[in-house]
Design a binder for this molecule. Structure first.
Ligand code: 13P
Length: 250
C-alpha cells in the first residue's frame, strides 16, 4: 500500500512574515494527520527559515530546483549539498515552468535528477503535455519520452528513491484541473511503462498529480487507484486550503 504524499510548491512566492504564518498554520493543521506524508518546497532564501519552523514536525521540506554540478564557478547556482545542509529531503526536478521558461530539457532535467539522487535527496520528477499536444493525441508520447529520459539513463531502480509527478501544462496555474479519470489514465500509463522495466518498482513508486488541485477536487483525485497524492501550487499558499488537501490525503 503506497502512502499518500502532498507536496506544496510555493514557486516564487513568500516573505519572511508570510512564511511564518503559513508554516505555523500548516504545522498546527496537519499535526494529527499521521497516515500520509507532507512536504513544502520553498524558495532557496527561505530554506533556513523553513528548516527552523518545520524541524521536529511531521512536515518535511525541500527545494524547487538544484544545480547538477557539485561545486564550482557557477554564479547563481545552488548545489545539492547546500540543500542537504538545510535539511531538505526533496527537490522538484523538471517542472514545466523550468522547462518552458528557463530552457530546461530532458537532458538537463536528467542531470539534475541524477545529482539529487547522488546527494541522497528525493527528486520529484515532473512530466506533462501541453494543451496542443493533448489535442493531437500526443500525451502518451510526451510523457513517455520524459519518463524514458530518466529510465534509459539510470535504470528503473532509481525510482525506488524518487517520486513522479504528472502535471499537464494546461492544468497548471489555470482553473482547468484534469478530471480524476483523465489524470488516472495518464498515471496508469506511467505506472505500466515503469512496470515494463520492473513491476516491483512500478508498484511502489508514488505518482503525484499536479495542476489546479483544490480542497474541492482533491478527494476524488486522491481516490483514484494510481494517484498517490498531489503537487500543489496556488492552494499551498493558503493554510486552510493546503490543510484541507492534506486531510484528503490522510
Ligand atoms: P497550481 O496548483 O497553482 O495549478 O500549480 C500546480 C503546480 O505547478 C505545482 O507544481
Amino acid at each position: 500500500m503506497r502512502r499518500k504524499l502532498v507536496v506544496g510548491n510555493w514557486k516564487m512566492h513568500g516573505s519572511i512574515a508570510e512564511n511564518k504564518a503559513l508554516l505555523d498554520g500548516i504545522v498546527a493543521g496537519v499535526r494529527e494527520y499521521l497516515n500520509a506524508d507532507y512536504v513544502v518546497c520553498a524558495p532557496y532564501p527561505y530554506l533556513n527559515q523553513t528548516q527552523s519552523l518545520l524541524q521536529g514536525t511531521n512536515v518535511a521540506w525541500g527545494a524547487q530546483n538544484l544545480c547538477s554540478t557539485t561545486d564550482g564557478a557557477l554564479t547563481g547556482a545552488v548545489s545539492p549539498a547546500m540543500l542537504v545542509d538545510y535539511g531538505c529531503t526533496h527537490v522538484i526536478i523538471g517542472h514545466s515552468e523550468r522547462r518552458n521558461l528557463f530552457h530546461e530539457t530532458d537532458d538537463t532535467a536528467a542531470a539534475r535528477f541524477n545529482a539529487a539522487i547522488n546527494a541522497g535527496l528525493i527528486p520529484i520528477f515532473c512530466m506533462g503535455e501541453s494543451a496542443e499536444e493533448r489535442e493531437s493525441d500526443w500525451t502518451d508520447y510526451i510523457v513517455g519520452r520524459q519518463l524514458d529520459s530518466i529510465i534509459r539513463r539510470f535504470g528503473p531502480h532509481v525510482l525506488k528513491n524518487a517520486v513522479l509527478a504528472y502535471e499537464p501544462l494546461w492544468a497548471v496555474g489555470s482553473d482547468t484541473p484534469a478530471t480524476p479519470e483523465q489524470a488516472e489514465e495518464v498515471h496508469t500509463f506511467i505506472r505500466k511503462r515503469v512496470a515494463r522495466c520492473d513491476p516491483e518498482i512500478a508498484a511502489g513508486v508514488r505518482i503525484l498529480y499536479g495542476g489546479s488541485v483544490t480542497p474541492a477536487n482533491a478527494p476524488k483525485l486522491f481516490a483514484m487507484p494510481d494517484i498517490d497524492g498531489g503537487l500543489i501550487g496556488r492552494a499551498s499558499l493558503k493554510i486552510d486550503d493546503f490543510v484541507a488537501i492534506c486531510r484528503a490525503a490522510n
